[in-house]
Design a binder for this molecule. Sequence first.
Ligand SMILES: Cc1cc2nc3c(=O)[nH]c(=O)nc-3n(C[C@H](O)[C@H](O)[C@H](O)COP(=O)(O)O)c2cc1C
Length: 230
Amino acid sequence: MFVNPELKAQTMARILIVDGGPRRNMNTAALCDAFAEGARAFSPEIEVAHVRLYDLPPFKGCMSCLACKLRGRETGLCVIRDGLAETLAAVRDADGLAIASPIYFSEWTAMTRAFLERLVFPWLHYTDFSVAAARKMPLAWIYTMNAPESMMPDIRKHLSILENATARGLGDSCPDFVESYSTVQVKDYSRYAMDGLQPDAHVAWHAAHWEDDLAKARAAGRRMAEKALS
Ligand SMILES: Cc1cc2nc3c(=O)[nH]c(=O)nc-3n(C[C@H](O)[C@H](O)[C@H](O)COP(=O)(O)O)c2cc1C
């Protein structure tokens, strides 16, 4: 996962970006790239790995096998050996975690949700309801959506339980958020029956705000690099 052999000897901190967007060259992927750029620019001692969940071999969400709750065998790591296993193990080796997703029906994409279930459920102790990952690290969320900023409080209601559990598990009481609103969903709106979305407004918003969104992602990457190295 963290595979740059030249950097390996000197790398002091590793940041893992888990990208739960299906589209390779669109909004979410671009913000992930900007986040990585900011982190790398902070220091040569930072290594960044960018995992695209939709490119992994097949995987599922939590199967409720409860192997992670067996007495004396609570390792905090999901035991299922499928396409997600390596990524879950990489979180354990990381010094910082960024999770990115487009908003689908006011939540994460299905793959992001599956990843979060498999990541966080093994951290949850049904003895005292504490949530604890084996390793503490800074956390950042990267979201893109059609909605304007004013709708974010409603969307957040759907996200907050797992967002909070993830932050508790990683011991980051103040995770970073990069949120990009009113995104341009297709390159040429004239080809699609999407008039209700008011494409002109999206294109105008994009022209005015997209560079700022990229800058926010770079800044969040820098902040995570700084925290990961401290
Ligand atoms: C299946 C689906 C559901 C979506 N649901 C929402 C939604 O509930 N709220 C919203 O603001 N945008 C929604 N969107 C729009 C995307 O979140 C938005 O276009 C995002 O920027 C896409 O990211 P991408 O360009 O990286 O693919 C939805 C898009 C799809 C394909």
